[in-house]
Design a protein around this ligand. Structure first.
Ligand SMILES: Cc1cc2nc3c(=O)[nH]c(=O)nc-3n(C[C@H](O)[C@H](O)[C@H](O)COP(=O)(O)OP(=O)(O)OC[C@H]3O[C@@H](n4cnc5c(N)ncnc54)[C@H](O)[C@@H]3O)c2cc1C
Length: 456
């Protein structure tokens, strides 16, 4: 039995790993369009700075991911306590996002009315609809000010997304579930805290877990998987189409090579999968094409520490859309992980573009540097030239789970039932993060191994 995986990002690589570990007899081929594996994971060492072009880390709250990296022989590196100090730029200055009730009451981020409205969440009735946008949910439950200053920038930070279009149910399933179960988020928090206290654990409003990476950056995971799976990965083989004859799939690549396979997993972005399945199913192709991917630019800047006026004592900051600035936020990478900048230097990563302001990610490189420096001058007071600059572009960055995503997935599953042995995985479907990709791949590996033809 053989299986072809299209795409050697973390989704495709981890799937191949889980399958070969449990069932070494499966013949696996991974076809990757790029000349390197890893997809959105790229740790680039330049002039002593370690730049994460895409994925920066993962939360250590998923045992599966921790087991996976430990099996790979890698030592996870937790970020230091600064990673809990997150800022929002609002009305001309950086505000620390309050973590405790006392900090919330004394914080200047929300006005007294905004705070009172937020606390009033307790009394807001449960929503009627099965799904709604993040903005409609947050404005209804938490008030406009908390939405604009806290929830909207958080949505930008995770999805580079537009909260007026994204589905609460698909982007934040836990919050959707808490509202459905308890009626109010505060009520849920109090009840869960009480239950956790009895067990000696704790529950907070933010996702638990510590941001985690590796001393040499996230790409070490890819390098290790590449060593393990090396003879199975075929690089620079962009898949263009898949068709089916009887029980066999034929996979056509850009260079003219044709592969035959009993099963195919499309672990590439949805817009690529859409083109690949066009001849198999027009409907599947259309559904996949409906998942948008806005562009994002990542600008890495290295400064001499002594040239910066403010201490970089935190994770970085996000910029709400209402501030009408040209950047989404800036992460102070060298403050939270070691080995990101040479001694005496700091590394900042600024994000531009996303669903709300894609045009800024598409500007010429020189223009991007120029407006990012201006924005950092206004927001952080940095009035000096960086010693190092590097731009990483992602023309189609992060899939957007827009309203209706849930129904779209249900319909995709219906259509897939007609194609035994054809599977989809990756960050386009059930979670955009590194942890989600590993979980989806693990679940898919179990499904594939349980289906009779492959274990015969
Ligand atoms: C700027 C940025 C920052 C991010 N930061 C984080 C973060 O800090 N933490 C986090 O958890 N997540 C982050 N993410 C989300 C991240 O994308 C996912 O966590 C994960 O890396 C996605 O992996 P994937 O394998 O599903 O997709 P990808 O990494 O996109 O991999 C897909 C692979 O398919 C290949 N491919 C595409 N088309 C074809 C084709 N036709 N034929 C063959 N191969 C093809 C691609 O070349 C690529 O290698 C970030 C994303 C971006 C863009």
């Amino acid at each position: 039995m053989n299986l072809t995986i299209v795409g050697a990002g973390i989704s495709g690589l981890s799937l191949a790993y889980f399958l070969t570990k449990r069932s070494p007899e499966i013949e696996i081929t991974i076809l990757e369009a790029d000349s390197r594996p890893g997809g959105k994971i790229l740790s680039d060492r330049q002039k002593g700075f370690l730049c994460e072009a895409g994925v920066n880390g993962f939360l250590d709250n998923r045992p599966l991911t921790l087991r996976f990296v430990e099996e790979l022989g890698l030592s996870p590196l937790r970020s230091n306590d600064y990673s809990r100090r997150r800022f929002v730029y609002s009305e001309g200055r950086l505000h620390l996002i309050p973590e405790t009730a006392h900090a919330f009451l004394t914080s200047g981020l929300l006005s007294p009315c905004g705070k009172a409205r937020l606390i009033g969440e307790f009394f807001i009735p449960r929503g009627e609809s099965d799904d709604e946008t993040i903005s409609s949910f947050a404005i209804r439950r938490l008030g406009r000010e908390a939405y604009e200053k806290l929830i909207e920038p958080m949505t930008l930070g995770i999805f580079a997304g537009n909260a007026e279009q994204l589905s609460l149910r698909s982007c934040f399933p836990r919050i959707h579930e808490l509202q459905n179960t308890y009626g109010s988020l505060f009520r849920a928090l109090f009840k869960l805290q009480r239950e956790a206290k009895k067990r000696g654990a704790s529950v907070g409003p933010a996702p638990t877990g510590t941001l985690t990476s590796f001393y040499d950056g996230m790409e070490v995971v890819v390098q290790r998987l590449k060593e393990i799976l090396s003879d199975r990965i075929v690089l620079s083989r962009r898949v263009e189409a898949v068709d089916r004859e009887g029980d066999l799939y034929r996979i056509y690549t850009e260079g003219g090579d044709v592969y035959e396979s009993d099963a195919v997993v499309l672990a590439c972005p949805a817009y690529e999968a859409s083109g690949i399945v066009r001849e198999l199913s027009k409907e599947l192709s259309r559904l996949l094409s409906e998942i948008p991917y806005p562009p994002v630019g990542v600008v890495c800047l290295g400064y001499r520490q002594e040239d910066l006026l403010r201490p970089l004592n935190g994770f970085g900051f996000l910029v709400p859309s209402r501030e009408k600035r040209k950047i989404l936020g800036c992460l102070w990478d060298s403050s939270i992980f070691p080995n990101r900048a040479p001694e005496g230097y700091v590394l900042l990563r600024t994000m531009v573009g996303g669903a709300r302001s894609p045009e800024w990610a598409l500007k010429e490189e020189r223009e991007i540097y120029s407006f990012v420096l201006e924005e950092l001058k206004d927001t952080m007071g940095i009035d000096t030239e960086p010693e190092f600059m590097r731009l990483y572009r992602h023309p189609k960055a992060i899939p957007q789970y827009t309203l209706g995503h849930h129904q779209r997935l249900q319909r995709i599953e219906e259509v897939l039932k007609k194609f035994d042995g054809l599977y989809l995985t990756g960050n386009a479907y059930r979670g955009v993060g590194f942890n989600d990709c590993i979980q989806s791949s693990y679940k898919l590996s179990e499904r594939i191994l349980a289906s009779p033809p492959l274990v015969e």
